[in-house]
Design a protein. Structure first.
Length: 343
């Protein structure tokens, strides 16, 4: 039985729930009205910003912009020079993942590293296909992040905190633990990139994102705990997405009818996310899954029910594969004192 510990919802927590749900819905609306491709950057990025960062400020926005710009430059250069060479691309990807996970391990630059890992992996994977419009991919990534930053600041104005938040406590890590976390994350992320390339899995964006989100705890025990919560959240997210489709039936592609239901379910997931107080748990997993489902796969010609069921199966397979890789790499790194996780 899956036990989830919940904490009381404070006034600040309620405001953050409203910020997450309204910000994600606004990003979804903007992407659909302007008919952007790769709309996941407009829908899920506000969830990441408003869900993982309680208070939006200029330091956070700079990290997001720099992560996006670096990913764009790196993907543009790699795609131009090494397109069609998956082995070389994977080796380069490992180096790029390594410095991002190193930044995450240190703490203050966690959002820069996390956002960069997701952007780099998704963009690099899609850029490897010759029929991908690289300019459109870059455009959606950059403006999706800029739009999400604007939405996050707007939400802070519309739904401000009512109480002053305590400053987060810093965590001091030993050098060998930081090396362990950086190498674990970079190795498994590179293996994930290679697998998605080898098996040509361009329609499994949610599964690809899952393999990266599982690495955010930065260690094996955290990945194992998060995997169970992520799997449960995925099932809930897809179920809610399918429920919206069944409720609307023939009008399931009418944007004005989808928006209020998308907002309501996003609010419920954000409430679960805040009360869990786990950073990335069932609520966060369900919310991002629904965001990917509607942000990336909702089109007039797409069967969202098939997409939803496919998402569940692909995410479960990706979760099992990622856990196996995490355990093997974790065990290998723990054999050496310089990369051992424990004290």
């Amino acid at each position: 039985m899956l036990l989830i510990r919940h904490h009381p919802l404070s006034d600040n927590g309620l405001r953050q729930c409203l910020r997450i749900a309204t910000g994600a819905t606004l990003g979804f609306l903007i992407a659909k009205v302007f008919e952007f491709n790769n709309t996941v950057f407009f829908t899920v990025t506000p969830m990441l910003l408003l869900g993982l960062v309680p208070v939006m400020n200029m330091r956070v926005s700079r990290q997001v912009v720099v992560a996006s710009v670096l990913s764009i430059v790196e993907v543009g250069v790699i795609a131009a020079l090494f397109a069609g060479k998956p082995v070389v691309m994977t080796m380069i990807a490992f180096v790029l993942f390594l410095y991002r996970f190193a930044a995450m391990s240190r703490g203050p630059l966690f959002l820069f590293g996390a956002n960069g890992v997701i952007s780099l992996s998704i963009m690099l994977h899609f850029a490897s296909y010759p029929d991908t419009d690289l300019n459109d991919l870059i455009f959606c990534n950059f403006w999706g992040h800029i739009t999400s930053i604007g939405i996050a600041f707007l939400m802070m104005v519309v739904f401000p905190d009512v109480e002053e938040r305590a400053a987060p406590e810093g965590v001091t890590k030993a050098p060998h633990r930081m090396r362990h976390e950086a190498l674990l994350g970079a190795t498994v992320a590179s293996l994930s990139f290679a697998v998605f390339q080898i098996f040509d899995l361009r329609d499994s964006l949610s599964a690809q994102a899952t393999t990266l989100l599982l690495l955010f705890p930065m260690h094996w025990n955290g990945a194992l705990s998060y995997a169970r919560l992520r799997a449960f959240g995925t099932v809930l997210g897809v179920s809610c997405g399918l429920l919206i489709q069944l409720l609307l039936y023939r009008w399931s592609h009418e944007l004005l009818l989808i928006l209020p239901l998308f907002w309501i379910f996003s609010l419920l997931f954000s409430q679960a996310h805040i009360t869990e107080a786990l950073g990335s748990g069932v609520g966060f997993g369900g919310m991002t899954t629904m965001g990917i489902l509607y942000g990336q796969y909702l089109t007039p010609n797409n069967d969202l029910i098939y997409s939803g069921l496919y998402r569940v199966s692909s995410i479960l397979v990706a979760t099992i594969g990622t856990l196996i890789a995490c355990y093997l790499v974790h065990s290998l790194l723990n054999r050496f004192e310089s990369t051992r996780f424990g004290e």
